[in-house]
Ligand binder design. Structure first.
Ligand SMILES: NC(=O)c1ccc[n+]([C@@H]2O[C@H](COP(=O)([O-])OP(=O)(O)OC[C@H]3O[C@@H](n4cnc5c(N)ncnc54)[C@H](O)[C@@H]3O)[C@@H](O)[C@H]2O)c1
Length: 266
C-alpha cells in the first residue's frame, strides 16, 4: 500500500510537541512538507521529523504534487479559509479542533470538501481512546437502562498563559469554551446524540490576562429527551480535571477522570 503523503500547515506548539514525535510511527502515512508563515517554525518541524520540504506560503504547499493530504494546525480563525483552499487544490483535509468559529464557517468547510471530492476529518482524538470507546459501547448496549443525564467537567489551571496566545484574543472567535470545551462537547454529542436546546452562561474573570471567556456552564436538552451539562474553567487552583458521568434508570457510569498537572504554582 502506498503511503499517504502529508503536508503540515501551522508548526506551533501542537505540531512540535503533540505531532512531530509520532510521524515516525505511521505505517500508512509520511510527512513530506511543513508550512508556517514563520520559517523558523517550519524548519524546527523539519529538524524533528526529517520532512523533505518547508514552505512559508500556503499556495506553494497546496501546489505541491507530492502532497496528498494536509493537516491544519493553525489558529481556529484561519481554519475555514485554509480548509476551503486545500479542498479546491484537491487535497484531503485533517483539521484540528475547534473546527471553526461559527456554524456558517463549519458548513462552508463541509460543502467545499464535498464539492471537491476530498475527505474532511476534524481532530477529535478522544474518540480513539479505548476507555471512551468502551463507555460508548456500555451506553449503546443499554446496560444503564434509559439514559437521562450526562455531566461533564473540564477544569484547567492556566496561570501562565495570557493574551499573547491567539486563543485568548477576540480574533480567535471564542474563549476557553470554544478552545478546550470543544473536546467535552464532542464527547457529549457522541454519547448522548443530537442536541435540541442549549442554554448557558460564559464569564470573563481574568480580564487582565484574557480577552474572552475563561468560565462557562452549558445545559443541553437532547433529541432523545435526555439532558447534559458541561462546567468548564481555566482558573482552578487545584489539579486540572476532566470528568464525565452518565446516569441511567438502571445504572450510573462512574466519572472517567483524567487528571492533569496544574501550571499554577502551589
Ligand atoms: N487536539 C488537541 O488536544 C489540541 C492540542 C493543542 C492544539 N490544538 C489545536 O491546534 C491548533 C493550533 O494550536 P497550537 O497550540 O499549535 O497554536 P500555536 O499558536 O502554537 O501555533 C499556530 C501556528 O500557526 C502559525 N500560523 C499563523 N498564521 C498562519 C498562516 N496564515 N498560515 C500558516 N501558519 C500560520 C503560527 O506561526 C504558529 O506557528 C488549534 O486549532 C488548537 O486548538 C489541539
Amino acid at each position: 500500500m502506498e503511503k499517504l503523503r502529508l503536508g503540515l500547515i501551522g508548526c506551533g506548539f501542537g505540531a512540535r510537541d503533540l505531532y512531530a514525535p509520532y510521524f515516525r510511527y505511521l505505517d500508512n502515512g509520511e510527512l513530506v512538507a511543513a508550512m508556517d508563515v514563520d520559517e523558523d517554525r517550519g524548519r524546527k518541524i523539519q529538524e524533528l521529523t526529517g520532512c523533505r520540504k518547508v514552505y512559508t506560503q500556503l499556495d506553494a504547499l497546496l501546489a505541491d504534487k507530492d502532497v496528498d493530504a494536509v493537516m491544519i494546525l493553525t489558529p481556529t480563525n484561519l481554519h475555514a479559509e485554509q480548509v476551503e483552499r486545500a479542498a479546491q487544490a484537491g487535497k484531503h483535509v485533517y483539521c484540528e479542533k475547534p473546527m471553526a468559529k461559527t456554524i456558517e464557517e463549519a458548513d462552508r468547510m463541509i460543502d467545499a470538501c464535498a464539492r471537491c471530492g476530498v475527505k474532511l476529518q476534524v481532530a477529535f482524538m478522544k474518540r480513539f481512546n479505548p476507555s471512551f470507546q468502551r463507555a460508548k459501547e456500555i451506553l449503546d448496549e443499554g446496560r444503564l437502562g434509559d439514559i437521562f443525564e450526562m455531566r461533564a467537567i473540564w477544569d484547567n489551571a492556566r496561570a501562565r498563559t495570557s493574551r499573547a496566545n491567539y486563543r485568548h484574543q477576540l480574533r480567535s472567535g471564542g474563549g476557553f469554551l470554544q478552545e478546550d470545551g470543544s473536546h467535552p462537547l464532542d464527547i457529549i454529542h457522541w454519547w448522548m446524540g443530537d442536541v435540541s436546546e442549549v442554554s448557558g452562561h460564559v464569564m470573563l474573570v481574568a480580564a487582565n490576562r484574557f480577552d474572552n471567556d475563561d468560565v462557562a456552564s452549558v445545559v443541553m436538552k437532547h433529541k432523545n429527551g435526555a439532558m447534559s451539562s458541561l462546567h468548564i474553567t481555566m482558573l482552578t487552583h487545584r489539579t486540572g480535571m476532566e470528568s464525565y458521568e452518565v446516569f441511567g434508570t438502571k445504572g450510573t457510569l462512574p466519572a472517567i477522570l483524567n487528571l492533569r498537572k496544574t501550571d499554577r504554582a502551589g
